[in-house]
Write a protein that binds this ligand. Sequence first.
Ligand SMILES: Nc1ncnc2c1ncn2[C@@H]1O[C@H](COP(=O)(O)OP(=O)(O)O)[C@@H](O)[C@H]1O
Ligand SMILES: N[C@@H](CCC(=O)OP(=O)(O)O)C(=O)O
Length: 265
Amino acid sequence: MIAELIKDSKKIVIKIGSNTLANEDGTICRDFLQNLSKQIQFLIEEGKQIVIVSSGARIAGVSTLGKWMRKEDMHYKQALCAIGQVELMDAYRRVFAVHDLHIGQMLLTREDFSDTNRTLNIRNTLFTLVDESVIPIINENDTVSVEEIRIGDNDTLAALTANLWNADLLILCSDIDGIYDKNPKVHKDAKLIEEVTNIKQLIKTIEIGEVNDFGTGGIATKIGAAKTVNDYGIPMILANGKKEDILLKLLEGTEKATVFLANNE
Ligand SMILES: Nc1ncnc2c1ncn2[C@@H]1O[C@H](COP(=O)(O)OP(=O)(O)O)[C@@H](O)[C@H]1O
Ligand SMILES: N[C@@H](CCC(=O)OP(=O)(O)O)C(=O)O
């Protein structure tokens, strides 16, 4: 099912979470980015168009400065994102350049999607970048939108982007294999749910656990993202971006994940 879905999708939005992108000590994981760029080059050679939504500015800010780690003050968090966004994009630029791939930065807020003029401008930039074979890398604009740092809305941002771009598929890369019946980081016997056709039913039956380390939205915003795209007819896959070659393995059918099918009730 998942392999077919990826095979049949031309326009794919891929969201990378903070925990996926970071090493245990909070620094940007270069090996992860190198592996991601290799996989994206492969997908592009297969004729796919890719848009990336990437978190990680705050983590990158912490590891760049090596301080403010424990400051929970919103102004410090915003400052960390401002510092880290530069690092983050530099890291992406370097690894993608190895494959002759160009990137473009887009910083957006949720409000931008409810304003007709701004939406049109986002659309024009997004379509032009993709038409010119440049990979857009989108993050929240954490300077102007503090709400989104608090609730970890890059999952929602990825879903809104998928709808705006009329994507064929949204893939959220996190640090777990998909949705489980309970938090797999806490319960060793948690069971992976491979296919979701009814989100309302899913919410009633699973336990939504705590967010860990640098993640901000947790599993709830991922389910919300699935609902947003599914309502638009776009399927969503939640997969473990920490696993090497995960996108290629999903394409081969040798790895598991959770798929939210677009005919969701
Ligand atoms: N039922 C569940 N199934 C899967 N993950 C869960 C569940 N409940 C809580 N989680 C937690 O949600 C985390 C993913 O959310 P988050 O940390 O925000 O990731 P990201 O940084 O990728 O956005 C997982 O690492 C896991 O610990
Ligand atoms: N814009 C913030 C990310 C917030 C966020 O959504 O994080 P995550 O839950 O890891 O996707 C940053 O780049 O650090």
